[in-house]
Design a binder for this molecule. Sequence first.
Ligand SMILES: [Fe+2]
Length: 401
Amino acid sequence: MPRHEAYRVYSIRAPPQVVLGCGAVERVGGLAKLFGERALVVTGRGAVESKRVDRVLKPLEEAGVQVEVYGEVEPEPDMSLAERVAEHARRLAESRGLDVVVGFGGGSSLDMAKIASIAPLNRDPVRSYVGVDKVPRKGLPLILIPTTAGSGSEVSRVAVVVSEEDEVKVGVVSDNVVADVAIVDPELTVTMNPRLTASTGVDALSHAIEAYMSLGANSYTDPLALEAVSLISWGLRRAYADGEDLEARAAMSEAALLAGLAFSNAGNCAGHAAAYAFAVKYRVPHGISCGIALPYIMKFNSLAVPERLADIAVAMGVEVSGLSVREAAQLAVAEVYDLLLDLNLPTTLEDVGVPEEDIMSLASNMLKSRRMLDVNPRKVGVEEARRIFEAMWHGDVESKL
Ligand SMILES: [Fe+2]
């Protein structure tokens, strides 16, 4: 449902230049050369060991760019890894010079590339940049190339880092970590196994739906979010069933990008806040934790924004004619739950090893993610959070929240 938001102030953030399509990665050499001749590629161990990183090294070398690889990014990077990446980039910039940083991989590698790009020009410890607009200076030129279809990091203004002492994830949120160029090549995602396809795809779905429910949603973000929901509803089961289905992979890459633009402007809301509350302690991969939380947060928010949930049902292809708005909203929740089941993803906290007696501490942990709760359309206090986790633990998506 369109709504006129221009009566209040909001900003539309400039996205990076996006180069999208099968084979787009071949362009990295020419694009990097525009910034200079000395590049640092930031990626994960898996990409180096499997030689997948060659997809980016070859065109860079052919363009005459000197490349150094930092290939030690781990999934769900913590603060000590972020500090090591920052130190590495600073040393390299001082010793041989550094013109451009290229991130290649899933959201974790792209987020660490963001850290590498800001570090040489922002010399304080990375932990001091946690929060909103805490990075004083724009970093080195940054090119991000996702090999998954989920995080939206290629266009987002956040680098997520695990804060071990607080057992939550925190964000370095700043326009100064936004990439200059995002190269989105769906062919790079065909190597994802079905489990990773499912979990990263559900992360993208969470971004789209949370951005659509968010109080920060506006007439710029709404079409992006709904189109992402449609593409995911069409493509995710297909990409899961057949990883080589390039049409489905392309739909998912595009969806992750659009959802990334939507949440970068509108903000994720209580779904990510709930996921962050248990993902660190119980080592649940990001997309899986978001998937567990999503139907419950949709159900919880359906009291506040039922029309928005009804729109999501329509975007997912659910037949809603003749139904009331509340009935249609309920079908959106059921449709998301059904998708999780089809993808064989866990749907309860019990499934991922969270003990029932931890529900209260998860509830207080969730309240630490203020940035996301502030834009949730329904207020979340500790009692609401407890009810959400209670339902999430039992897998009771029908319960009153
Ligand atoms: Fe996410």
